[in-house]
Design a binder for this molecule. Structure first.
Ligand code: HEM
Ligand SMILES: N=C(Nc1cccc(CNC[C@@H]2CCCN2)c1)c1cccs1
Length: 344
């Protein structure tokens, strides 16, 4: 552990940290590491969001709620913290951006707090193909779902020695029925999606310290659901069904039936979340908010870093300003990284 990384972090905070840095130097001398206060942890997590190059939602970086659960001792403490996180963040649909910092000793095998299970059947996969592995792991631990395409997976929590399985209570998992106000897009099939996206497989780095268990949520941009989760051929693959339900000529690409199906599927997602009173942002509004973020950062004398290929939305990217400018993809800390330790 080096003082250099600690000095870099504290130099970004308001105020004089000379004495604090001297105390940290002593702590590192004695223990090889140092401990952040809850306030320092909160500030660091907030800066990490501001530095997340792939995130289009950064205008609201100062609104993050950070819950310090580093005192969790048992598996039950961890589960309670996660359920409490989901209830607080969901807030009846008025979603609050939240991060819970757990002790590094505990880790979630789930990539997201809420994900749908996947089952292999003779006519293909039922549910979310991304969940095939975790569903098998849950089954090995005695879990069996109802077998529908939208079975919420249990949490798999490990302390490095054993894995324990916890079912989320229904009141911690808000879901939205996806229906178009004008068309029956799914030929009567019941399609839904969960309200809160909560990432559980990334690590937070602040001042040279790695926090390896920091589930965090925001709200969805509709394209994540309508242009990827429900549309990708290796996810729910609904475009052919939507195209047929709209009466489009799906026999050849040049009718652009796929593009028409995508637009109506994304309209249905926006209409459904709005009808349910659940926070969501469309990709045009999200891009305009990101433009305001760019201006705020410039006015604050800071350079914006970003990764163009992730910042452009998957639907009509060139209709947003993001597509038409370059971003410096330099990685600054504090930041959030994929679990493998590298940021990409
Ligand atoms: C508040 C509403 C938010 C919106 C609408 C939003 C939107 C997005 C979108 C659309 C992506 C790309 C995801 C993908 O394509 O898979 C993304 C990436 C990301 N966001 Fe945000 N975000 C929000 C809040 C947050 C918060 C609260 C954090 C953390 C404190 C955060 C950190 C990140 C990170 C680290 C990535 C990159 C993920 C990766 O590398 O896999 N975002 N965001
Ligand atoms: N709206 C969100 N979307 C988001 C953000 C970060 C990461 C992810 C998940 N990315 C991985 C998925 C799954 C494969 C490709 N995309 C989603 C948020 C999730 C947590 C806070 S905001």
């Amino acid at each position: 552990m080096d003082m250099q990384a600690a000095r870099h972090f504290f130099s970004q905070l308001e105020g004089d940290y000379t004495e604090r840095l001297e105390a940290i130097a002593v702590e590192i001398e004695r223990t090889g590491t140092y401990t952040l206060t809850t306030d320092e942890l909160t500030e660091g997590a907030t800066l990490a969001w501001r530095n997340s190059n792939r995130c289009i939602g950064r205008l609201f970086w100062q609104t993050l709620t950070v819950r310090d659960a580093r005192d969790a001792e048992t598996f039950d403490d961890v589960f309670e913290a996660l359920v409490s996180h989901l209830r607080y963040a969901t807030n009846g649909g008025k979603i609050r951006s939240t991060m819970t910092v757990l002790p590094n000793k505990f880790r979630l095998l789930n990539a997201q707090l809420i994900r749908y299970a996947a089952y292999e059947s003779e006519d293909g996969i039922i549910g979310d193909p991304l969940s095939l592995t975790i569903t098998r792991q849950a089954a090995r631990l005695g879990w069996s779902g109802a077998g529908t395409a939208f079975d919420v997976l249990p949490l798999l929590i490990t302390d490095g020695r054993e894995v324990r399985l916890y079912e989320l209570p229904d009141d911690a998992v808000l879901e939205v029925d996806i229906r178009h106000e004008t068309y029956d897009l799914f030929d009567g099939r019941h399609i839904k999606w969960h309200a809160v996206p909560a990432i559980a497989d990334m690590e937070l780095e602040i001042g040279g310290l790695r926090f390896t268990s920091v589930p965090f949520n925001g709200w969805y941009m509709e394209t994540e659901i309508g242009a990827r989760n429900l549309a990708d051929s290796d996810r729910y693959d609904l475009l052919p069904l939507v195209g047929a339900s709209l009466g489009l000529d799906t026999s050849k690409e040049r009718t652009l039936w796929r593009d028409r199906a995508l637009v109506e599927l994304n309209v249905a997602v926006l209409q459904s979340f709005e009808r349910a009173g659940v926070t969501i942002v469309d990709h045009h509004t999200a891009a305009k908010q990101f433009k305001r973020f760019e201006k705020n950062e410039h006015d604050a004398g800071r350079d914006v870093t970003g990764q163009w290929s992730w910042l452009i939305p998957p639907l009509s990217p060139a209709a947003t300003h993001v597509f038409h400018r370059h971003y410096n993809d330099e990685i600054v800390t504090p930041n959030l990284f994929a679990r493998s330790g590298c940021p990409f």
